[in-house]
Design a protein around this ligand. Structure first.
Ligand SMILES: C[S@@+](CC[C@H](N)C(=O)[O-])C[C@H]1O[C@@H](n2cnc3c(N)ncnc32)[C@H](O)[C@@H]1O
Length: 313
């Protein structure tokens, strides 16, 4: 998988990109105003769209043949053309995206009739699959403007007008999600924001900082009431202990991306946090303080029981 644009050799790089870890390098770059930007139709750059069109061709997705994507033959020449730190993730169907898209299409009840957010959408594969499975509306969020162009083009090519490409930043503060309505307007007011019913995230655990941000974002969505599904092909920073495995698939991948022809992808659900534990603490107030292991040595003591609860983050 292509990774950080290191100074020597892109092919040897680890998955990830410099943009992921740097709050200043965002399409939406507005910490504190929520994760979502304007719908791509309001933020479209003709240059990004032209680059996507010129570098890719429509191809069916190997594990999800119901969807075709604008796909590049290889990443490296295109990466040079984009002049970005981040690899052109949007030009390929990643293993995680293929797995979760397959799951959603085979289990349409997970999204049918719901408002869905596909975060770190890349090509839009998963968002398109959710729309084909019957989602009422789908926000396909990413921080890469080429991804937003690719998502918009791919959604049109797959006849899924329910999909809206929108700058959405995993590192921004969760404040209730994005407007689920494609006609939501350029400035998503706080009132217009609503928690999506379902949040999907595929292949976002390939870099430490990104994985931590993604987990925080997904937990916030879960706490706010959304169903959260994630898929991962065994990347280095998958928080497996926090997730409940649902199903695994063997998925064909491009050897030029993964150094393998197949990957095992696990679909996970994020459980609700454990009920807040209640800690009972006995405090003895004594006048004067007098305490022994067998009890209170002084008859003037009062026993207080302090109940504390906390919410795990
Ligand atoms: C490996 S690709 C996965 C794409 C897609 N989910 C799939 O499985 O095919 C990772 C995606 O995460 C996006 N990304 C990276 N950092 C992000 C952030 N802070 N907020 C939102 N998306 C981000 C990248 O632009 C890229 O499209």
């Amino acid at each position: 998988m292509p990774g950080s644009r290191d100074n020597s050799n892109k092919r040897g790089a680890q998955p990830g990109n410099r943009a992921n870890g740097q709050p200043g390098n965002r399409a939406n770059g507005q910490p504190g105003t929520g994760p979502c930007g304007a719908a791509y139709s309001q933020a479209m750059t003709p240059e990004a769209e032209a680059l996507v069109r010129s570098a890719t061709a429509h191809a069916p997705v190997p594990f999800v043949p119901e969807v075709t994507l604008l796909t590049a033959p290889e990443p490296f020449g295109l990466w040079d053309r984009t002049e970005r730190d981040a690899p052109p993730f949007w030009a390929f169907p990643w293993a995680g995206g293929q797995g979760l898209a397959r799951y959603v299409l085979d289990h349409p009840e997970t999204v049918a009739g719901h408002a869905v957010l596909d975060i770190a959408s890349g090509s839009g594969l998963l968002a398109i699959a959710a729309a084909k499975a019957g989602a009422r509306s789908v926000i396909a969020g990413d921080i890469d403007e080429h991804a937003l162009a690719a998502i918009a083009l791919n959604a049109t090519a797959n006849s899924t007008p329910q999909v809206t490409a929108r700058p959405v930043d995993l590192s921004a503060t969760w404040d209730g999600g994005c407007p689920g309505d494609a006609a939501g307007g350029p400035a998503a007011s706080a009132a217009a924001r609503r928690t999506p019913d379902v949040v999907l995230a595929a292949d976002v655990f390939y870099q430490r900082e990104l994985a931590a941000m993604a987990l925080g974002f997904l937990k916030a969505a879960r706490r706010a009431g959304a169903t959260v599904l994630a898929a991962d092909p065994g990347r280095a920073f998958v928080p497996a202990t926090e997730l409940v495995p649902v199903i695994s698939y063997e998925i064909p991948v491009l050897a030029v991306l993964e150094d393998a022809s197949e990957k095992t992808v696990t679909v996970y659900r994020l459980p609700l946090p454990e009920p807040a534990p209640v800690l009972a603490r006995h405090l003895w107030r004594c006048h004067p303080p007098a305490f022994s292991v067998t009890g209170v040595a002084d008859g003037s003591c009062q026993a207080l029981i302090v109940i504390q609860s906390y919410s795990p983050t």
